[in-house]
Design a protein around this ligand. Structure first.
Ligand code: GAP
Length: 453
């Protein structure tokens, strides 16, 4: 059966339910920037928290960092971004639009009869030229070239420039990692496909510093670990693959890079990159800053520049992948339902408490249940509309459990627990809800959309 998820349906659901919407909408929007509403914030926060959990809680060889978005401009000279972080661009003299020269065959032309830019007259493309993707701004009140700074195009460089600080205070020795989550900015020529490629986005990057001879084995380790992270969080394994870069695709710093790719509604596309960056970054920053960026092993008396293995993921792109993987449409009792079959750990709301009617003491009991659950899990109270409509709303935001308070509740203090995926309903005593639901949320889960092996 074809997957129900299309990009248009995901965009519509995200807007309808307040996950993600176009930024500055009342002014007509601002090219490819998006705002996250309540459920979008909860979902993306859960994605980032799961990443932190995998990096920090489940290991003891990685430490956290939160570096500034604005960094010394020399950072970007040393990293190679100032000279080389460019995409090839063409302008069309006929329609005034700009296109990525290497994506022309994938882009629609805004003017007929051309299907793609440059196919036929009146298209009139300029020569290709390089366009630097870094956003420039000025620091302080004087707008001259000396005051030019850049919004960081990746979080990684903030980690490299702090290597010495972290080494000094963290009491770690290679192999160890520094992890960071934060906003990055790229003036993409052709952003698009919703939050897949935007100009402002969040990255989750970790630089793992290792003795040079251990780099190949850690590269293999992180490729496996990062694939497992996605499948453990419910992404269908048949929609996920690891693609090793061909030698001509490798960045200047990398001796090996693999992309975790997901089968988005737009086709197989990069979700995360895992790169063996060698000693490029530390060597460059040492040269440009004059600081020694190396490790001295006091036991072996060896001094060396660690090599770096980097898993670099996008929080927005991962959120989109989880949304696409979860989106489903089904017929239930002759009616269509749209449902997000998200891993319960990622679901924005874990439990909804719904009094069947807004009288007979049901809202009071429902609020009592909400109060008992709230500290343990994201809980929502909803008393508006018919019960069917309220179930549909919770299905669309991916709430794994709905608790219905009805007349029987007032007699025996039990509620109906309705499961999102199976639609199974069972009565559970109110006093047992915190324990029962906590256990069920922690249980292992596999996407019901996964085709049987
Ligand atoms: N430090 C290495 C680095 O930044 P990258 O492949 O350019 O590598 C890593 O970026 C991840 O960041 C990508 O796999 C993607 O998930 C996310 N990303 C990159 N550019 C993006 C954009 N314009 N919009 C949304 N996410 C983006």
């Amino acid at each position: 059966m074809p997957d129900a998820a299309t990009m248009d349906k995901i965009v519509a659901l995200c807007k309808r339910r307040g996950f993600i919407f176009a930024s500055s909408e009342i002014y007509g929007g601002l090219g490819s920037t998006y705002d996250y509403g309540h459920y979008g914030v909860l979902l993306k926060t859960n994605v980032k928290n799961e990443w932190w959990r995998a990096m920090l809680q489940e290991r003891d060889d990685i430490v956290a960092l939160d570096s500034a978005i604005l960094q010394h401009p020399r950072t970007w000279e040393a990293s190679g971004h100032l000279a080389g972080f460019t995409d090839p661009m063409v302008d069309c003299r006929a329609c005034g639009q700009r296109f990525r020269a290497d994506h022309l065959q994938d882009l629609p032309c805004p003017r007929k009869p051309s299907k793609h830019p440059g196919d036929a007259e009146p298209c009139d493309l300029t020569e290709t030229r390089d366009f630097n993707l870094m956003f420039e701004t000025t620091m302080g009140p004087v707008e001259d070239s000396a005051a030019t700074v850049y919004l960081r195009p990746e979080t990684a460089q903030g980690i490299f420039v702090n290597f010495k600080n972290v080494l000094q205070f963290s009491r770690k020795k290679p192999p160890f990692g520094i992890a960071q989550v934060g906003k990055s900015f790229r003036n993409e020529i052709t952003p698009g496909n919703f939050v897949f490629r935007t100009r402002e986005f969040e990255q989750m990057e970790m630089e793992f510093f290792v003795p040079p001879d251990q780099a190949p084995e850690w590269y293999e380790f992180w490729k496996r670990a990062r694939m497992d992270w996605y499948t453990d969080l419910g992404l269908r394994s048949d929609h996920l693959r690891l693609r090793e870069h061909d030698p001509d695709e490798l960045s200047h710093y990398s001796s090996g890079t693999a992309d975790v790719e997901y089968l988005f509604p737009i086709g197989w596309s990069e979700l995360e990159g895992i790169a063996n960056r060698g000693d490029f970054d530390l060597t460059q920053h040492a040269e440009y800053s004059g600081e020694k960026l190396e490790y001295f092993d006091s036991q072996t008396k060896e001094r060396y520049v660690p090599h770096v293995i980097e898993p670099a993921a996008g929080a927005d792109r991962a959120t989109l992948a989880f949304l696409a993987d979860a989106y489903d449409e089904e017929e239930v009792d002759g009616e269509q339902r749209t449902v997000l079959k998200l891993h319960p750990r990622l679901a924005p709301v874990k439990v909804a408490v719904l009094p069947l009617v807004r009288k007979d003491g049901q809202p009071e009991v429902a609020r009592e249940i909400v109060a008992a659950l709230r500290g343990r899990m994201q809980t929502e109270y909803d008393e508006g509309d018919s019960i069917g409509k309220r179930y549909r709303r919770q299905d669309e935001i991916g709430t794994p459990f709905c608790l219905t308070v009805d007349h029987q509740t007032l007699d025996d203090r039990t509620v109906t627990v309705r499961e999102r995926d199976t639609l199974a309903q069972a009565r559970v005593a109110i006093d047992e809800l915190p324990e029962t639901l906590t256990a069920r949320l922690a249980a292992s889960w596999q996407s019901p959309k996964l085709a049987p092996a």
